[in-house]
Design a binder for this molecule. Structure first.
Ligand SMILES: [Fe+2]
Length: 482
């Protein structure tokens, strides 16, 4: 019997889990889906099946639930399914939560000691002919690209058996996927990470093991045509600290941000180290090279409210809100520091480019931002933005105070190739509503408001990452045969 959930900011309001799976074959649409928009919009996020054991919760800890919106011929069909990992199945069989938060062995049930903690709750991508649900602490989980039923872990022939980040980079010219796995031996083992290159067919071409300066929560990494950049931000997980009564995962005060810069096809012996002031950085917009320098447009902040510091003290959203910043790194220069500029000071969550330009120069940013909520992470990011990093032009739509808008992703027009030629879409929960909707915009006129609103008969909890694959995208045609 499932017990009631306790009160927690990430278990109520926009975040309250729905705990059901559904199929909606033909959703009601206000406005019109354009004829040249077709494909699948995927969204992943946490929807905990059971309340945590500790009486506490973390936003990143819930069981992954994937939503798929298939758009074709002016119609939209929706389906949602949990990512049914071994963790999910063990807990469902027991009728209660067995794993501690983040799989903490000290708070887990004895029956799951040594078993894999995998929620698959963070990102959802098509690659190598498969739909992959990703979280950074475990291998990807393959799902049926349309039916969303769980097929099992994708371990790439036994090569990926531990961490694999939720933010791989795709080179659209080759179809290859690049990714990292931090702390591959767990929190008690040697501090090492791996760097993998996966061919377009889903087989691994290269793996490099790289020493970490210290354990660090590496949520993303940066990639250009010639360089891979691994950021070690001052957030770590420390079981000894937890055993001594401190937080398991914490911001470590006064620890600099360290960047390992390695040639994209290089080895650990080629790594150059750069250092900068302490920064929180989980998501980049895009990264490329110009005149031999690395230009990284990132969402960064000087601290975080997502975790306490090592003393247990917590900061607020207000004084740790992220802005869009440009980091310039010169691998051939005479400094081991970086240059940082603010491109856009708005409270920004997830910046996204036209994905086809990933690792190449781009100028258009799509993002969900916060205009009026006091706490955008809990209260909801209430607006969406297109921002031209070259001209500074802003193009904004405000859903109204109290709305919660998810990641805004670009959706190319069928047959289009120019940057930002197409649409942009986000899953939004309006204020004081029992329903969510998929809001679709003309990509270059966000301020005109949605051209189509796909109405859901229920609320979708706030989640993490989204991706749109148009029907002419190489990864769509590889994974989905009509
Ligand atoms: Fe993320």
């Amino acid at each position: 019997m499932a017990e009631p959930f306790f009160e927690h900011p990430y278990l109520t309001g926009h975040h309250a889990p729905i705990r059901f799976e559904a199929d909606a074959p033909d959703l009601i649409i206000e406005g019109k889906i354009p004829d040249d928009l077709a494909g699948i919009f995927y969204r992943n996020g946490p929807d905990p099946l059971y309340p945590p054991r500790e009486g506490d919760y973390h936003w990143f800890d819930g069981d992954g639930m994937v939503f798929a919106f298939e758009i074709a011929n002016g119609r939209v069909a929706m389906r949602n399914r949990w990512v049914k990992t071994d963790k999910f199945l063990l807990e469902k069989a027991a009728g209660k939560r067995l794993f501690g938060i983040f799989g903490n062995p000290m708070t887990s049930d004895p029956s799951v000691q040594g078993k894999r903690y995998n929620t698959g709750n963070t990102n959802i991508i098509l690659h190598g002919g498969q739909l992959l649900a990703l979280m950074e602490g475990a291998p990807p989980v393959a799902l049926d690209p349309r039916g969303l039923e769980t097929l099992g872990e994708q371990q790439y022939g036994g090569l990926v058996t531990s961490s694999f980040s939720a933010h791989p980079k795709i080179d659209y010219l080759t179809g290859e996927m690049f990714n990292t796995g931090a702390a591959i031996h767990g929190m008690m083992g040697a501090a090492e990470m791996r760097y993998d290159i996966v061919r377009a067919d889903g087989t691994i071409r290269k793996t490099e093991i790289i020493p970490m300066p210290h354990f660090s929560l590496m949520h993303t990494f940066l990639l250009t045509e010639n360089w891979a950049i691994f950021p070690f931000i001052p957030i770590d997980t420390d079981l000894k600290r937890f055993a001594a009564g401190g937080p398991m995962t914490a911001w470590v005060n006064n620890r600099p941000t360290k960047l390992a810069i390695m040639p994209r096809e290089g080895t650990a012996a080629d790594v150059q180290w750069f250092e900068y002031e302490p920064r929180h950085m989980f998501h980049e917009l895009n990264v490329w090279e110009e005149d031999g320098k690395i230009i990284a447009d990132v969402a960064a902040a000087n601290g975080t409210a997502l975790f306490p510091d090592e003393t247990g003290a917590r900061r607020t959203h207000g004084d740790t809100q992220q802005s869009l910043r440009r980091w310039t790194i010169d691998p051939a220069g005479n400094t081991s520091s970086i240059k940082e500029e603010t491109l856009n000071g708005r409270d920004i969550q997830f910046p996204r480019p036209d994905d086809r330009l990933m690792t190449r120069k781009s100028r258009q940013s799509f993002a969900n931002i916060n205009l009026q909520s006091r706490d955008g992470r809990v209260g909801g990011m209430d607006a969406v933005l297109r921002f031209d990093t070259q001209t500074g032009e802003e193009d904004i739509w405000h859903f109204g105070a109290g709305a919660a808008a998810g990641e805004l992703v670009f959706a190319p027009r069928l047959g289009g190739t120019e940057e930002a030629d197409g649409y942009a879409m986000t899953l939004v929960h309006p204020a004081n509503s029992a329903h969510s909707e998929l809001a679709i915009f003309a990509a270059k006129d966000i301020a005109a408001g949605p051209i189509a609103r796909v109405l859901l008969p229920f609320r979708v909890p706030s989640g993490f990452h989204c991706n749109f694959y148009s029907a002419d995208n190489r990864f769509y045609t590889q994974a989905i045969t009509n």
